[in-house]
Design a protein around this ligand. Sequence first.
Ligand SMILES: Cc1cc2nc3c(=O)[nH]c(=O)nc-3n(C[C@H](O)[C@H](O)[C@H](O)COP(=O)(O)OP(=O)(O)OC[C@H]3O[C@@H](n4cnc5c(N)ncnc54)[C@H](O)[C@@H]3O)c2cc1C
Length: 305
Amino acid sequence: MEQLLRNFFLFLSKNKMFTKLARKYGLRFGAGRFVAGETMQNTAKVIQQLNEKGMDVTIDHLGEFVDNEDEAKQRTEECIEAIRVISEQNLNSQLSLKLTSMGLDISEELVMKNMRTILDAGKKYNVFVTIDMEDYERCEKTLEIFKQLKSEYELIGTVLQAYLYRTVEDIEELDQYSPNLRLVKGAYKESPKVAFPEKKDTDDNFKKIIKMHLLNGNYTAVATHDDEMIEYTKQLEKEHNISRDQFEFQMLFGIRTERQEELIKEGYRMRVYVPYGDDWYGYFMRRLAERPANVAFVAKGVFGK
Ligand SMILES: Cc1cc2nc3c(=O)[nH]c(=O)nc-3n(C[C@H](O)[C@H](O)[C@H](O)COP(=O)(O)OP(=O)(O)OC[C@H]3O[C@@H](n4cnc5c(N)ncnc54)[C@H](O)[C@@H]3O)c2cc1C
């Protein structure tokens, strides 16, 4: 049943008509629990509050699968605006983005141009930029672009997904760039030809890549809500004397807030991924797919108290 619900929400996440309607009618159905606001100005207040609690932030202007040049340009400008606001308001925040928003599906030339414009702004205002990882189809291209840009810019990182068979090799291959990587389980529906179908195998691979990347001496963001993975990382820290400056935990805005605060109290670096913008629908559906228990929460949003 849970798998059925998961597939259902992943299917809904790609529905173009619902995406349009969601944009038109604004944050509804409990989406406000997971999405900080529809504008950067509202979001800046949320970042400020998180910073006051000792949390670092990365913001993500929602939107993906852009298929025309003007929209990609608009997304690029929104990223630059976000970088400017972070700097002007002295916020402790990085930026996360998706290459499909910057024109990945249109042309490589366009996505590179837009990314360089954003990374120039990141360099100017000292704001780190992480390229989120999307579905498997785009993984190879994303890593090629990351490698190219990493040779030109310092303040850039990307994401690897534990559910993909290829990821152990990617960790090895990328080591020569000493990359700052966010490690995650993976959020998209992938074929068993490319990704572990069993959660247990993904979890084992997640532990494996956390260990590899940390012991390679690279900066590691362990992005998970799973206590088992958090405890495993702490265990590695102790066993291998890893400095707390070499890693951080990351969680999504609105998920396990108390756990986030506990980790801060224990002296760990905790970064909250804060999505914002009017294109919230696909992101929201993926959160529901991950944890159908959240549907109860959404039902309250739809049907009242
Ligand atoms: C900061 C961040 C950035 C991400 N970036 C990307 C990306 O670029 N690309 C990508 O594909 N994916 C990304 N993801 C999503 C990721 O791939 C997973 O889909 C998502 O994090 C769920 O996996 P999990 O590790 O939290 O563990 P899960 O296996 O989903 O959950 C494990 C356990 O965590 C606990 N838990 C989970 N949710 C809750 C909850 N709401 N309340 C209480 N307990 C809970 C439960 O004990 C649960 O059994 C990102 C995730 C984070 C946190």
